[in-house]
Design a protein around this ligand. Structure first.
Ligand SMILES: [Zn+2]
Ligand SMILES: [Zn+2]
Length: 280
């Protein structure tokens, strides 16, 4: 893990000098990655209730291992990490973030409610806008932190059950651990297999190359991709059936190993383009 972290930090430094317009976001990611490692070490182990006897069956039937709606996991680890993450935002918008911190610490906002609302509300941004009265820019960071504060706990699940998941040949378009849909993936190996990545758990799993992860469409005529400035290392796979997209990284030509957390941030221009083209 420490090796992965130091490699990610090196890549971030490199990207910051290559694309100064991403420097601010990449600095935030840098701070997140350092804190993530710290909070990961504080966890006592897997904090979710996962019945080992049912793991194989669940995966076989296409059910993710963790069901947050059961609401049966200790909240304090995520809350402590979230409050630490808030310090990153405090530098830019001290007033708003301090207010949120206070409300959580005073119990005016139940952190569990905030967390579950993020995972289960249809329109994720809406609740925060109404309830906390913050500016749009600040929300995105808060949203990111809410997702991030559960990442160490999900990573431990990935660590413990990774090999079982691999053997299970999970073939769904959503994450085998948390059920979340992927935003980014990569093409790897000599055979050029496509893998999808979950930013919530930090896990990836193989998925058919000619198939939409979101609607399961396999018709070649309605599946397409686009690249930007002929940089073949990055592309966006789109489905004209459901109008969704996923960013795909292909580093086979450079023999580098992609860190998809870093790539997800460094490819935000692809998200913007995809949105402009009418893909969600
Ligand atoms: Zn996941
Ligand atoms: Zn589709």
């Amino acid at each position: 893990m420490a090796k992965k972290l130091s490699k990610a930090l090196t890549t971030i430094e490199q990207y910051k000098s290559q694309s100064p317009h991403y420097a601010e976001l990449l600095t935030i990611l840098e701070e997140i990655l350092i804190l993530r490692e710290e909070h990961r070490r504080k966890l006592p182990g897997v904090i979710f209730f996962i019945d080992d006897r049912l793991v194989g069956k669940k995966l076989e039937s296409g059910f993710p291992l963790v069901d947050l709606s059961q609401d049966d996991f200790p909240i304090e680890y995520a809350q402590a990490y979230f409050l630490d993450l808030l310090k990153i935002a405090e530098k830019d918008s001290p007033g708003e973030t301090l207010e949120l911190r206070e409300k959580i610490e005073m119990g005016e906002i139940q952190f569990r409610d905030l967390l579950l609302a993020h995972f289960f509300s249809e329109d994720e941004g809406e609740m925060k806008g109404d309830e906390l009265g913050k500016e749009e820019a600040a929300f995105d960071l808060i949203e990111l932190f809410i997702e991030e504060c559960m990442r160490p706990a999900f990573e431990l699940v990935a660590e413990k059950y990774g090999s079982i998941i691999e053997k299970s040949r999970w073939s769904e378009g959503f994450c085998p651990i948390c059920g979340k849909e992927p935003k980014i993936g990569e093409i790897k190996n000599q055979e050029g297999k496509r893998y999808l990545f979950c930013t919530q758990c930090g896990i990836e799993w193989p998925y058919k190359r000619i198939k939409c992860p979101f609607c399961g469409n396999e018709e070649q005529q309605t599946l397409a991709y686009f690249t930007v400035e002929d940089d073949e290392r990055y592309r966006v796979d789109v489905c004209n059936e459901c109008r969704r997209y996923i960013k795909i990284v292909d580093f086979r030509s450079t023999n580098e190993e992609a860190d998809l957390d870093v790539e997800d941030i460094a490819t935000l221009h692809l998200d913007i383009l995809a949105n402009e083209e009418g893909y969600d």
